[in-house]
Design a protein around this ligand. Structure first.
Ligand SMILES: Cc1cc2nc3c(=O)[nH]c(=O)nc-3n(C[C@H](O)[C@H](O)[C@H](O)COP(=O)(O)OP(=O)(O)OC[C@H]3O[C@@H](n4cnc5c(N)ncnc54)[C@H](O)[C@@H]3O)c2cc1C
Length: 438
């Protein structure tokens, strides 16, 4: 058995930022299911939104609400937007290098459904820049231990008293171990690994969601799942490669099989995805085409070096020819229900990042709001813990008996539970995007 003050589950933007923002007096154990840099946060291409100035507030608020079909929690949106400038500054303090102009001021790009250029970026590798710096800082901290290839299979809790007391983890060698802590922060990301076509890492499978449902912890909008309009079409198995919305933001066009545009490329993601699906059906092809051939080739290569390289690897020179794109699962707007301090419905249990639902994205997330949301609400969880949890409090060392046989096929059990919950809530969505799993 192991003890710590705080157990943080996940090494994406939410988990790492939470661990770093916790006061150093806490003994913090961070676990992650795979290698520490195998988190969706490292894959983010487009960037991270930041409020430009006071004049931008109404427009940023409206863009977020409109993309979310006005189902967003307004308090969460307000908190996220108002926190964005200090979060950007904290990232810079941790060593993050955002694109700047010749005067040293931030440069901003734009993506679909934004009415202003308000997205901070680092080439088309913004997530890697942010998250690798956070990981480097976390590794330097004496109070933080990171254990890789270590999976949370359950929480330890007293359901009657509604208190979380730690977690049951599966170590790299397959052994199960109890970790007793005062608080647990779930930052396990989305659910893309449940889908055949997704931009997410395959091991990101909504484990925390299944654990929450098993213990009657509230979840919300489990069917609010974002399908991104443009992933690179391929017949190869594995993670789909994302063609960032910022490519359309910088002027790319979508074409049908006759080389005609069929949709305004900068409409919200769900609208563009639907238009592409309809067009693919009409065309009788599993993809449509995305073209930047009318843009300056040097600009394309410099602005999107990662996407350009990946397309070349797949046999397409995007500066000379259109590339085939198709919609794929990308993001989960629903999740474990949390308040504005990222507290779940169980005491001592927090959730932040994509696995949580504070309602900020409504029914559909606005581009580049999710790294920001992960960071803002991970920090708020850390602040709440700092106010309520005493550091170094002796942990009970009595082991709480559990049945190892129950965890023998836990990955399959979790997967089935989440898929069943999606189907119960939204059969049409399940049939369209998940029926291969039925
Ligand atoms: C290709 C791509 C591009 C994107 N581009 C952008 C963008 O430009 N801007 C933007 O704002 N957002 C973007 N997003 C979304 C954004 O990256 C994610 O929503 C956000 O990073 C989620 O962060 P997170 O910390 O919640 O989860 P993640 O970064 O996914 O981290 C989850 C962590 O939990 C761990 N984990 C999972 N289950 C367990 C378990 N049972 N036990 C232990 N550990 C576990 C994983 O190993 C991982 O370390 C993009 C996403 C993808 C996939």
């Amino acid at each position: 058995m192991e003890t710590a003050d705080i157990l943080v589950v996940g090494t994406g933007a939410a988990g790492l930022f939470n661990a770093l923002q916790l006061p150093e007096k806490y003994k913090v154990l961070v676990i992650t299911k795979s290698e520490a840099d195998q988190a969706d946060s490292f894959l983010a291409q487009g960037g991270m939104c930041m409020l430009l100035d006071d004049d931008d507030y109404d427009s940023y608020f409206e863009d977020t609400m409109k993309a979310g079909h006005y189902e967003n929690n307004k308090e969460s949106v307000d908190i996220m937007i108002r926190s964005s400038q200090h979060i950007a500054q904290e990232l810079v303090d941790y060593g993050v290098d955002f694109q700047r102009d010749e005067n040293g001021n931030f440069e901003f790009t734009r993506e679909g459904a934004h009415s202003e250029n308000r997205i901070l970026f680092h080439e088309d590798l913004t997530g890697q820049e942010i998250t690798s710096k956070l990981l480097a800082r976390a590794r330097e901290r004496k109070n933080i231990t990171i254990r890789e290839n270590t999976t949370l299979v359950d929480i330890i809790c007293d359901e009657k008293a509604n208190v979380c007391k730690g977690g049951i983890i599966r170590n790299a060698d397959g052994t199960l171990e109890e970790v007793r802590t005062q608080a647990v922060v779930l930052a396990t990301g989305g659910i893309g690994g449940l889908f055949q076509f997704s931009t997410n890492y395959r091991h990101i499978t909504g484990d925390a969601l299944a654990i929450a449902m098993r213990h009657h912890i509230e979840v919300e909008h489990i069917n609010y799942i974002q399908i991104h309009p443009t992933t690179l079409y391929t017949t190869k198995p594995g993670r789909s490669f994302l063609i960032s919305e910022s490519v359309r933001g910088e002027g790319a066009y979508l074409y049908n099989k006759d080389g005609e545009r069929f949709v305004n490329e900068l409409l919200p993601r769900d609208v563009v995805s639907q238009a592409i699906c309809k067009q693919m059906e009409k065309d009788g092809r599993p993809y449509v085409e995305l073209s930047v051939t009318h843009l300056d080739p040097d600009f394309v290569r410099n602005r999107f070096p990662n996407i350009y390289r990946q397309c070349l690897k797949e046999g397409y020179d995007m500066t000379k020819e259109p590339i085939p794109v198709t919609p794929g699962q990308h993001y989960f707007m629903g999740g474990i229900k949390v308040n504005s301090d990222s507290e779940t419905s169980m005491d001592g249990l927090y959730a932040a990042g994509e696995t949580s639902c504070n309602g900020v994205h409504g029914r559909n997330r606005l581009a580049s709001n999710s790294l920001l949301e992960s960071l803002v609400f991970a920090e708020r969880a850390a602040n709440h813990i700092a106010e309520t949890v005493e550091a170094g409090k002796p942990m009970p060392t009595d082991e709480i008996p559990f049945d190892p046989a129950f965890y023998a096929d836990i990955d399959e059990k979790n997967r089935t539970e989440v898929l069943k919950a999606i189907k119960r809530k939204d059969e049409a969505f399940y049939d369209q995007w998940l029926d291969h799993d039925a």
